[in-house]
Design a protein. Structure first.
Length: 322
């Protein structure tokens, strides 16, 4: 029997329930994974709320575990392998699960299960943003909202390691210290701060090359004012609520901005992109470039993990342990 967190219907945390189920044997091209750590991400909340369709009854998009059984045609993994995976099919909130064997990436020794499970998807997202959406390197300036969060810290660390200047926004002085420790060169503090003016002051009115906005709500329209002409705004979420409609005139021609709405889930559906990004993330974890403090919850505490993440009561990364 496997313990799973099942979503009864889209809605609040009360729609999550812990149940035990009998799993079928893995299919010919599948593996059975006994999970040791499960990442918690904002996409899980979007799935729970119904903003993103949840094709299965179990949320979650990443996990780490040990292969317990292998389908007859699954030659890429063997029983006892320690692996990480992310992407579709969803359903990681479980003590055990079946998944396509091609999703499993063998873990090198020395990497902690909890560290990997809580940073893998966020690391893949950072890789996508810093490579596919806008190549960030020496001389670039990047604005990172929620720089003390799990993704924010990883973006800050990786961009800073590449020689870019990072401007972060945070809600409190405590979170400002976390962002600075992650490598942010400048930190703008306060939920109501005029960050567009601060960015203008910090860049001599030039603006940043790229801005990453996972806040959404009314913040995205303000973020547009932070980016230089022909720069990129990457909208990757809406933690603060739905994003009001934008007019095409808000992007140009006067501002000449490019607006991206990239999905890491879509990115990870490409096998070559998935494997390349996974290799880069694991290498950066081994090198110590990517690291973030994790906060553990039991699988049975998934409701509380969602509540804490949704309310902004956490910094760093969250993960569940079966």
């Amino acid at each position: 029997m496997a313990d799973i967190i099942r979503l009864k219907a889209p809605g609040g945390i009360d729609q999550l329930e812990l149940v035990s189920v009998e799993l079928p044997p893995p299919g010919p091209t599948e593996i059975r994974l006994r999970q040791t750590a499960i990442g918690v991400n904002f996409v899980d909340i979007y799935q729970r709320l119904g903003l993103y369709p949840l094709p299965e009854a179990v949320p979650g998009v990443e996990g780490v575990g040990v292969v317990a059984a292998v389908g007859a045609e699954a030659t890429s993994a063997k029983v006892g392998d320690r692996v990480v995976y992310a992407g579709y099919p969803v359903g990681t909130y479980a003590s055990e699960r079946n998944l396509p064997a091609w999703r499993a990436i063998k873990l090198p020794g020395g990497l902690d299960d909890a560290l990997v499970a809580s940073t893998f998807v966020k690391g893949m997202t950072a890789y996508m943003l810093l490579n596919r959406v806008y190549p960030v390197g020496p001389g670039a300036t990047i604005l990172v909202h929620s720089a003390a969060g799990g993704l924010g810290q990883l973006l800050t660390r990786w961009a800073s390691d590449r020689g870019a200047t990072v401007i972060g926004t945070v809600s409190s002085e405590a979170k400002a210290a976390i962002a600075r420790a992650a490598g942010a060169h400048h930190v703008i503090v306060g939920r109501d701060a005029d960050f567009a003016k601060s960015v203008a002051d910090l860049t001599d009115s030039r603006g940043v090359d790229v801005a990453v906005d996972g806040v959404g709500g009314t913040t995205l329209a303000k973020t547009l004012a932070c980016v230089r002409p022909f720069g990129v705004v990457a909208s990757i979420g809406q933690a603060a609520g739905p994003i009001p409609p934008l007019r095409v005139e808000d992007l140009g021609p006067r501002r000449s901005l490019m607006l991206a709405r990239p999905s890491v889930m879509a990115y990870m559906n490409d096998l070559d992109a998935y494997r390349s990004a996974a290799a880069a993330v694991l290498e950066a974890l081994q090198a110590g470039i990517l690291k973030v403090e994790g906060r553990a919850y039991r699988l049975s505490e998934a409701k509380q993990a969602h509540a804490d993440l949704e309310a902004g009561r956490t910094s760093g990364a969250l993960y569940l342990t079966p």
